[in-house]
Ligand binder design. Structure first.
Ligand code: AGP
Length: 613
């Protein structure tokens, strides 16, 4: 997704902007640029990486105290120099950077061209700069803030905008509708960014802009208004992340760091929420709504990507532990199907970033229909975390790698805790059962640690044998069917190898035709209640010379005897097994992707948070 930064203060703005854009690289992008005011408005931009932009800036000697910057993830117009941001108005006095989609840009562009304006780029964003200048020149006596408000009222779509104007060189203007923007409040300096990572090293005081709001930011002050010109007083929040958490800490990639952080992130997710003394669960964020969950006519979980895999596990967990029926939907499908959801129903949305456009839309659709909307998010202050009626944070810490790892396991832990709490409240779980679940849950961080320590080297070695496999098949049953999907997605998104996840029993309904001596088949055979059936499936693969890689419990000799490669992991309760079986799959996809020379943290075409539809 695009990234926006801005700065006004005593530092050299290009340095701050470049550093901030580097912190946003994980979001995925294809070009970058900055605009500075130092007497005149000057910009540098182009296709390629932030480091190319940095060289351009250093070679030019560009400096100044106020500026905006952008990393572009192309939506309208191919990735090239002219389409990169910032985009300027015709006079060159106004510069705009934008995250989002202006849906009516074509109509506006035609109108502006009719009125004699010329455009440089194919982007929707340039329309904002041109329209803003048109309105400013055509409406005598209005100030720049009002011109921005009038401009935004003509825009249909989503935006996070940062704007500078050479005629008001002491201000940066920002506006938000659908794409997040934060204001970082320093001492005699102000910072703007799409998320906290470019801000956290300077200040932990932030203001989150909400949809329909804009701000005028000076070096020592700021004012927030709606685009209807209503002044607002916004709460100043303290950031819950540290600089160390957004650095690689010696790992070659953020993804590997985040895989190895999972013992801690899982423990952090449970901290203060499970008690091994009283064998109880306290989820403060949803304490007041558990009865609504219990009494709901329908419970629907909606999400995208990896979070949708967590949602699938949520279905299994709520039905098994809380005897609560749950349906799972892709957020992108739910929002457009005129969903039968309303008062008395519950929609649970799951999102690491809390900014995924389709998931936000599903949330808002359900709210519009007066359902109770709950959220599971990792980013405090994110749109979903602020707009849901109640929710639970995963506390996994910043997840920088585009491929989700620790956020997934944390989401599953939250779903386990929610299902246990619901089952206990419903009276379908006895205190004795709770004791068993809670005691086992408290052992999961150590078991994850064990897996990381004892399987990492073997997986790294095995990955070398499969680096150039053209396809992979992942098979799992019950709780490990969603894990099969997740393992396949991990491999696809960072190594670009085609991979599919299937319920193991489904293999004979088609995919078995794919199996030959060239097909690696990852079988997740770590759930007791389906073990015999999994062995039958493994035999079916073996009979067709498929190359079997099994994820199995330590003592499962039957599976081991059938496998070309086996990764042994500690046993746990079947419903907790995804927390363990996914770890080797994360490592396998990571090492294969590294062997293939892929950009593991910023895979091609991908963004960390898909804030556009
Ligand atoms: C997962 O590895 C991917 N990066 C992607 O599928 C991601 O899970 C999806 O875009 C949803 O993101 P969210 O959890 O931030 O909503």
């Amino acid at each position: 997704m695009c990234g926006i930064v801005g700065y006004i203060g005593e530092r050299n703005a290009p340095d701050v902007l470049i550093k901030g854009l580097k912190r946003l690289e994980y979001r995925g992008y294809d070009s970058a640029g900055i605009a500075i005011i130092n007497g005149a408005l000057v910009f540098k931009k182009g296709k390629g990486k932030v480091q190319n932009l940095h060289k351009m800036i250093k070679d030019s000697g560009l400096s100044g105290k106020i500026g905006i910057g952008h990393t572009r993830w192309a939506t309208h117009g191919e990735p090239n120099d002219v389409n990169s941001h910032p985009h300027l108005s015709e006079t060159g006095k106004i510069a705009v950077v934008h995250n989002g989609i202006i849906e009516n840009y074509n109509t506006l562009k035609k109108q502006l061209i009719k009125r004699g304006r010329t455009f440089q780029s194919q982007t929707d964003t340039e329309v904002v700069a041109q329209l803003l200048e048109e309105i400013l020149h055509a409406s005598k006596g209005i100030d720049f803030e009002q011109a921005i408000q009038l401009t935004l009222k003509q825009i249909v779509g989503t935006y996070g905008l940062a704007i500078i104007n050479a005629d008001t060189p002491d201000c940066i203007y920002i506006a938000r509708k659908g794409s997040p923007l934060l204001l970082g409040i320093g001492e005699g300096e102000m910072f703007i960014a799409s998320d906290a990572s470019p801000i956290v090293e300077y200040t932990n005081k932030v203001v989150y802009l909400d949809d329909g709001e804009m701000a005028t930011i000076r070096q020592d002050s700021y004012s927030v208004k709606t685009i209807e010109d209503v002044s607002l007083t916004k709460e100043v929040h303290e950031l819950a992340i540290s600089l160390g958490e957004i650095e690689k800490a010696g790992y070659p990639h953020f993804m590997l760091k985040e895989i190895f952080e999972q013992p801690r992130s899982i423990a952090d997710c449970m901290r203060g929420r499970i008690s091994t003394q009283t064998h109880s669960i306290q989820l403060g964020g949803i304490e007041d709504v558990i009865d609504d969950l219990i009494n709901a006519r329908r419970v629907v979980i909606a999400a995208c990507g990896t979070s949708w895999h967590s949602a699938l596990l949520g279905e299994y967990l709520f039905e098994y532990l809380a005897k609560t029926p749950v349906e799972v939907e892709y957020a992108s499908e739910f929002r457009y199907r005129d969903p039968l959801i309303g008062p008395g129903d519950v929609l649970l949305v799951i999102s690491q970033s809390g900014e995924t456009a389709d998931t936000i839309a599903a949330m808002r659709e359900a709210k519009k229909r007066e359902a109770l909307v709950l959220g599971i998010c990792n980013v405090v202050g994110s749109t979903i975390s602020r707009e849901t009626d109640a929710g639970v944070f995963t506390h996994a810490g910043p997840e920088i790698g585009v491929a989700s790892t620790k956020a997934f396991t944390a989401q599953v832990v939250v779903l386990i805790m929610m299902a246990l709490a619901t089952g206990k409240r419903k009276g379908v779980l006895s205190q004795q059962q709770m004791k068993g679940y809670i005691e086992e849950l408290s052992k999961i961080p150590a078991k994850v640690e064990y897996i990381l320590e004892h399987t990492d080297a073997a997986i790294r070695q095995m990955a070398g044998l499969f680096t150039y496999a053209p396809n992979f098949l992942y098979l799992g049953r019950s709780y490990n069917f969603p894990v099969a999907l997740e393992g396949a997605l991990k491999l696809k998104e960072i190594s670009y190898i085609h991979a599919e996840g299937y319920p193991a029993a489904e293999m004979k309904h088609g995919p078995i035709a794919l199996i030959d001596a060239m097909m690696p088949v990852v079988v997740i055979a770590a759930t007791d209640h389906t073990n015999d059936k999994m062995i039958s499936n493994i035999e079916e693969v073996k009979a067709r010379k498929g190359r079997i890689i099994s994820i199995m419990n330590d003592e499962n000799s039957d599976v081991k005897a059938l496998s070309e490669f086996h990764i042994s992991i500690p046993a746990t309760k079947d419903c907790f097994s995804p927390l363990l079986t996914v770890i080797p799959l994360q490592l396998l996809s990571y090492y294969i992707a590294v062997n293939r020379g892929c950009n593991v943290d910023q895979p091609r075409n991908l963004a960390k948070s898909v804030t556009v539809e």
